[in-house]
Design a protein around this ligand. Structure first.
Ligand SMILES: [Zn+2]
Length: 99
């Protein structure tokens, strides 16, 4: 029985770990990880904004806030998902304050 928390799963996904890698880390199966992520609302699709099973749309781009590589959805998408969440609620037209 996989008992890893939603926060931990979320962090692994943000770190770029696959369900298989997470399963290996906790000595579980990929199916169990997938199921738990979905149940807790932290599936790769929900956390990253795209489905990892297929090729992510857009190309790899460096986030203007944290400078980590992420999958950009287009020319106007220059901030990674985790940073967007950190700055959620702010006025994007005036830019963000790097953390
Ligand atoms: Zn970022």
């Amino acid at each position: 029985m996989l008992t890893v928390s939603a926060a931990a799963l979320r962090q692994h996904i943000i770190d770029g770990e696959t369900y298989a890698a997470i399963a290996h880390r906790y000595g579980s199966s990929e199916g169990a990880v997938t199921q738990r992520c979905r149940r807790l609302g932290v599936s790769a699709r929900q956390v990253l904004g795209y489905h990892r099973a297929g090729r992510p749309k857009g190309r790899r781009r460096m986030c203007v806030v944290c400078e980590s590589e992420f999958s950009s959805t287009g020319a106007g998408n220059v901030v990674c998902k985790p940073c967007k969440q950190i700055h959620a609620g702010e006025n994007w037209t005036s830019g963000v304050t790097p953390i």
